[in-house]
Design a protein around this ligand. Structure first.
Ligand code: SF4
Ligand code: SF4
Length: 112
């Protein structure tokens, strides 16, 4: 049951190859402010155009991980992270999410 979900802080959901994290205007504003950057600088240096060219996404590292994932699997912008990150897996999942997320696999009956 989803109410039993506990995040294992493994960071797997932040290092999905070809995964993207779209950012809205409001999210850009709050993340830029949190980082002490102007919005223009943030957009220029911390985002890319989405693959479908409809909006912006957070930059990924060369290995596909989100640029904000720390070495110890924490989110460097946790207090202001995008809604997509904040609401997973309670408000949305993908069909294969339990294959990525061990916490979700456990409450889905797919883990051990
Ligand atoms: S913003 Fe934070 S929570 Fe979202 S993918 Fe990046 S590191 Fe993970
Ligand atoms: S993959 Fe699941 S358990 Fe791991 S950090 Fe993401 S939400 Fe938490």
């Amino acid at each position: 049951m989803l109410e039993d979900f506990k995040c294992r802080c493994c960071g797997a959901c932040c290092r999905i190859e070809d995964g993207i994290v779209r950012v809205s205007d409001a999210e850009i504003s709050r993340i830029a402010a949190f980082l002490g950057m102007g919005e223009s600088d943030f957009i220029a240096n911390e985002t890319d155009v989405a693959p479908d060219r409809k909006g912006l996404v957070l930059k990924s590292r060369a290995d596909g991980a989100c640029a904000y994932l720390t070495e110890d699997n924490l989110c460097r912008i946790n207090p202001v992270k995008p809604d997509k990150c904040r609401t997973f897996p309670f408000e949305w999942t993908n069909p294969d999410s339990a294959n990525v997320c061990p916490g979700l696999a456990l409450v889905s009956g797919q883990g051990s």
